[in-house]
Design a protein around this ligand. Structure first.
Ligand code: G6P
Length: 613
């Protein structure tokens, strides 16, 4: 989704800003723009398409001396909502005078009424965006104090925003504010960097202040003054990121996605490290902040998420019921608050979100808090809004995930859910021996995943047989059903093949009508309960000419022979096997997309972090 970078300091602002935008490219966008201050004059460049195009334009339009002089600016990548991704709709937008520039993430919901009011007062708008209306409103409120003008304007808007504002009349500062859309401020040495995502800050500093909703900050090269929208100072602590900037590089891989798939043994190792207790046969998840007694009182687990995180929740649902004997259900976060959920203090609500910024999941967290449930989160991005608002939960420690298609975050989400289920299970029917046995299975996961990754070349060869189809079906049963959903999602996201995941038994209730000679059916036929049934379902597909790619347990050659192609999954507990099985499907999707020449890390129309509802 949209990205913001702001810079004030001693370096060439345009270079810092464009490099920052490149760091945000992974979030998904379709146009970009930049405004820098040349003495007391704002200069703006915008372009549809990629940041590289914006960079070419800025370097063509602006003289080298200008670029060297300008040490302050703001920049943006736009994911179109109001109006198509054209140059005129790209941010920054200017106020009526042309002296104030604004970049904005989020949506100003009442922009139409403000716009017609302003038009009545002689304002003319060039773009179709809600953002341009806010720029004009700030301009109209500006009586010589930009900070106050932004406050006054923000009091009039309804909706969400993360903004950075620059005025040629106050060149020593950038004003930034947030409501529902993240803003982090990196504190460097004589320079300050504002960004909607710390990826754009990492190259400069590890010291960051996160704004809370309705915070507004006056940012200079060597100070950050945070207040609320009523101009009352607030204290926000400086957090140390502790992220190695190299972790956000491709490290020799052709794509971030491939790198992140290969990182999974390490990522899982990090998610597991220090969290298993082989003496008591349980897990230690301090962030949950619960005593065994509190855990024993939990009557239901409600898992919330969107996209891939929702699929992780679906695996978790099986785990909580199977291991912990506790009623568990998954709800799509976007639907949650609109259905007026029935929740109480004995319900544990777990919000699952890689980014910790997904607007629907955040709204669901707030609803669950209102209803008095016991709310915690499972996030990857440290310090993200959902992690901070829930106050308790478990971080994934998967490291930065740059590819839009989520891979290592999913497998780490599942492993953390398995550990949570083990912890709850030990307070219920799970014996110490059972607990130790399951903890050992979890411990072996990095090695199990490594065995799947070793098949990378073979999977690439298999993928070559599946590149020309426009439809594919993924089928599974039990905990492998969500794996089928996730496998289908991966394939469609990055290869643009229409792929659907179904419970294997459901295929014959409709989708089987679409099978033709050669239609790919990817069947998860590992040694898990219900395997015999899925073999029957595979026969039904074969009888209609489908081409079957099976995920088969290592050593089960009899099953492998019944498939056209097979990928082998190490033998392990069925819940644990969901992780290596998913990794196999990630590699399959990756190679199909690569062979089809797709833009894997930034698929069309998709965004990494969806901050609008
Ligand atoms: C977007 C991403 C998905 C992700 C989903 C939820 O759609 O493209 O990969 O699964 O958002 O994101 P979250 O950060 O909440 O896990």
């Amino acid at each position: 989704m949209c990205g913001i970078v702001g810079y004030i300091g001693k370096a060439e602002a345009a270079t810092v800003l464009i490099n920052g935008l490149r760091r945000l490219e992974y979030r998904g966008y379709d146009s970009a723009g930049i405004a820098i201050l040349d003495d007391d004059r704002l200069v703006v460049a915008k372009a549809p398409g990629k940041v590289a195009r914006l960079s070419d334009k800025a370097h063509a339009d602006w003289a080298p001396e200008l670029l060297q002089r300008a040490c302050t600016g703001i920049a943006h990548t736009r994911w179109a909502t109001h109006g198509p991704p054209t140059e005129v709709n790209a941010h920054p937008h200017l106020d009526k005078s042309g002296n104030i520039a604004l970049v904005h993430n989020g949506i100003i919901e009442n922009y139409r009424s403000i716009r017609s009011r302003l038009e009545g007062r002689g304002h003319f708008f060039y773009s179709e965006t809600d953002t341009e209306v806010l720029a004009h409103l700030i301009g109209e409120c500006d009586k010589g104090d930009l900070f106050q003008a932004v406050c006054d304007a923000l009091h009039q808007v309804v909706g969400t925003f993360g903004i950075a504002v620059l005025s040629s009349h106050e060149p020593d500062r950038i004003i930034t504010a947030r409501r529902g859309s993240p803003i982090a401020i990196g504190i460097g040495d004589g320079e300050t960097i504002i960004a909607s995502d710390v990826s754009a800050i990492l190259a400069h500093t590890q010291r960051v202040i996160y704004l809370n909703d309705d915070d507004i900050a006056i940012v200079t090269a060597d100070s950050v003054d945070v207040r609320d929208l009523h101009n009352v100072p607030v204290t926000r602590e400086i957090a140390e990121l502790g992220i190695d900037p190299a972790a956000a590089e491709k490290g020799g891989f052709e794509h971030y996605m491939l790198k992140e798939i290969h990182e999974q043994p390490d990522a899982l190792g990090n998610a597991i490290r220090g969290r298993l207790d082989f003496n008591l046969g349980t897990s230690m998840l301090a962030g949950m902040g619960t005593s065994p007694r509190e855990l024993a009182e939990i009557g239901r687990v409600v898992l919330l998420g969107c996209g891939t995180s929702l699929h992780a929740g679906l695996v978790g649902e099986y785990a909580f019921e199977d291991l912990a004997d506790i009623h568990s259900e998954v709800q799509q976060a976007a639907e949650f608050r609109y259905r007026n959920p029935i929740l109480g203090s004995r319900d544990l609500v777990v919000a699952i979100s890689q980014s910790g910024e997904t607007a629907d999941t955040l709204a669901a967290v707030r609803e669950a808090n209102q209803k008095g449930a016991f709310v915690m989160s499972l996030c990857n991005v440290v310090g993200s809004t959902i992690a901070r608002e829930t106050g308790r939960g478990v971080y994934l420690h998967a490291g930065p995930e740059i590819s839009v298609a989520s891979t290592k975050a999913f497998t780490c989400q599942v492993v953390v859910l398995l550990m949570m289920a083990l912890k709850l299970g030990r307070g219920r029917r799970f014996s110490r021996e059972d607990g130790i046995k399951f903890a050992r299975e979890i411990e072996s996961l990095p090695a199990l995943v490594g065995r799947v990754i070793l098949q990378n070349e073979r999977i690439a060869q298999i993928a070559a047989e599946y590149t020309n189809n426009e439809h594919a079906f993924f089928i599974g049963r039990g905990p492998m059903y969500p794996v089928a959903l996730e496998g289908a999602l991966k394939l469609k996201e990055i290869s643009y093949i229409h792929a659907e995941g179904y419970h294997a038994a459901e295929l014959k209730h409709g989708p089987i009508a679409l099978l033709q000679a050669g239609t790919p059916v990817i069947a998860i036929a590992c040694d898990v309960p219900g395997k015999d049934k899925i073999l029957g379902n595979i026969e039904e597909c074969c009888a209609r000419g489908a081409r079957i790619l099976g995920l088969v347990t290592e050593g089960d050659y009899a099953t492998a022979e019944r498939m056209h192609d097979a990928i082998f999954i190490p033998r392990c507990h069925p819940l644990v096997a969901t992780i290596p099985a998913t990794v196999a499907l990630q590699l399959f999707a990756y190679h199909v997309a690569r062979l089809r020449g797709c833009e894997i890390d930034q698929p069309r129309n998709l965004a990494k972090s969806v901050t609008v509802e």
